[in-house]
Each structure stands twice: as structure tokens, then as C-alpha cells.
Design a protein around this ligand. Structure first.
Ligand code: MF3
Ligand code: CO
Ligand code: CO
Length: 255
């Protein structure tokens, strides 16, 4: 599939979808505390997306995924399935929201803590956020995807953490996952040259231990092979004429 360049009208729809996805993350924050089940978080997000936003939760039935959001706790890297599991004090989790509005997708995730985080979880959340931010800040026409992946990888490894290789960022628009693949590791001066109108996600998964992952028998849940903590943040980005716009950042909020 070729990389799509969005028209002005399509970009406007991507802005709306991005804002809605970000608003779900803002809405769910006060609900993330010890004692809640991840399936309760899923239900609250589902109802908000469907009833308040009149939008569609993209994960639901996507390639058979059974829920409306992904909840990835502690050593879960990504694609955790909401369940009867109860959050306990000190758990860290990624909540990943993708909505479809007017035919376009917005995809974003953040780290949350149930109660007070451990020092290790807080450090990893900070480093993975820095990785995402370093990648996003480079985005402008003429820059290559390898430049971005390299900068992200360098920061993670300088902090003695590792970057997951099996999963990556992606083009996004009418489809949930479009070309290009946005690797969070790589070599400078390689890969796709960015152009205005491209939209894609940056979503590095950073492990405190080794980079290797294992897929659980449910065929969705990805965990670290060594059971070390993992953390991830995600934004949907538009390449503009002179830089980039973060489509999943709300006015007045930091990326
Ligand atoms: N939102 C995830 C991403 O960032 C994809 C989740 S696919 C699902 O690409 F089926 F697990 F929802
Ligand atoms: Co994504
Ligand atoms: Co996502």
C-alpha cells in the first residue's frame, strides 16, 4: 500500500478524530485507581465514545480483538485485553485509544498509575515519554523515518532500556494501520523521506530489560520475555509544510 497524502478536507477530519481520542484519555484518568477492573475502564470508554462522541471504538472486532480499548499492565508491552483483572496499588498501565469519526482514525496512548508508582515504573514512563517526544520533535518535510527511529533508539539505550522491534508506529487515516511502518529504531539517513500531508503515529514501546517479547496464547497480549516492565506513549502526527502538528494533543496540554 502506498503512503497516502491527506487533502485539506481529510486533515480536518483527522484533527477531529485525534481530538476525540485524546478526550477519551482525559476522561478516563480519574477512573484509574486501585480496585477497578480493566473491563470497567473498557466499558466507560466504550460508552463515552459511542454515546457522547458518536464515534466508533476502532479496536472492537478489529481482526477479532474483543474489546474497545487496550489496557497493558506492568510487563505487558501492548494489546492487553481488558478483563476482570483488578488494578492494584503501584501498577502502571498503558491505555491505548483509537476512535473512528467520519471515516478517519485518531490513535493515542498514555501511561497511567494506580495509586503511587514505584520508582522503576515512574522512571520507565518518563524515559519512554522522552523517546516519543524526541521522535516527534524531529518531524518535518525532508527528514527520513530512519532519523526518527535512530534518535528514539539512542535515547532508550543511553538510559539502559531497550526498544521493542516487533511492533511499530504506522500510517493512519481511513485505515487504522496504513503505510509507512514507523520503526522506533534505525539508521540515520535511511527510509522514507517525509512530506507534508503524511499522517502517522509515533508509539515507542520501551522495556526496562531486554527487548524481546512473547505473544500470549490469547494471540493478542504481548509481554516482555524477561518479564521486565514495559511502557509506551503514542500520538498521531501530521507532517506540515514547516514541521508537524500533533493531532492527538488537546489545547493547553503537553504532548
Ligand atoms: N492502537 C494500537 C496501535 O497503536 C493497535 C491496537 S490493535 C487492537 O496501533 F486490535 F489491539 F486494538
Ligand atoms: Co497506533
Ligand atoms: Co494505539
Amino acid at each position: 500500500m502506498a503512503v497516502t497524502i491527506k487533502t485539506a478536507a481529510e486533515i480536518e477530519k483527522m484533527r477531529t478524530a485525534g481530538r476525540l481520542a485524546a478526550e477519551v484519555l482525559r476522561m478516563i484518568r480519574p477512573h484509574v485507581k486501585p480496585g477497578i477492573k480493566t473491563e470497567e475502564l473498557d466499558r466507560i470508554c466504550h460508552d463515552y465514545i459511542v454515546n457522547e462522541q458518536q464515534a466508533i471504538p476502532a479496536p472492537l472486532n478489529y481482526r477479532g480483538f474483543p474489546k474497545s480499548i487496550c489496557t497493558s499492565i506492568n510487563h505487558v508491552v501492548c494489546h492487553g485485553i481488558p478483563s476482570g483483572k483488578i488494578l492494584k496499588k503501584g501498577d502502571s498501565l498503558n491505555i491505548d485509544i483509537t476512535v473512528i469519526k467520519d471515516g478517519f482514525h485518531g490513535d493515542t496512548s498514555k501511561m497511567f498509575f494506580a495509586g503511587k508508582p514505584t520508582v522503576a515504573a515512574e522512571r520507565l514512563a518518563r524515559i519512554s515519554h522522552e523517546c516519543m517526544r524526541i521522535g516527534i520533535e524531529l518531524i518535518k518535510p525532508g527528514v527520513r523515518l530512519g532519523d526518527i527511529g535512530h534518535a528514539i533508539q539512542k535515547h532508550a539505550e543511553a538510559s539502559n532500556c531497550s526498544i521493542v522491534r516487533e511492533y511499530c508506529g504506522h500510517g493512519i487515516g481511513r485505515a487504522f494501520h496504513e503505510d509507512p511502518q514507523v520503526l522506533h529504531y534505525g539508521k540515520p539517513d535511511t527510509g522514507l523521506v517525509l512530506e507534508p500531508g503524511m499522517t502517522f503515529t509515533v508509539e515507542p514501546m520501551v522495556n526496562a530489560g531486554k527487548r524481546h517479547t512473547r505473544l500470549l496464547p490469547d494471540n493478542w497480549t504481548v509481554v516482555t520475555k524477561d518479564h521486565s516492565l514495559s511502557a509506551q506513549w503514542e500520538h498521531t502526527i501530521l507532517v506540515t509544510e514547516d514541521g508537524h502538528e500533533v493531532l492527538t494533543c488537546l489545547p493547553g496540554e503537553q504532548i
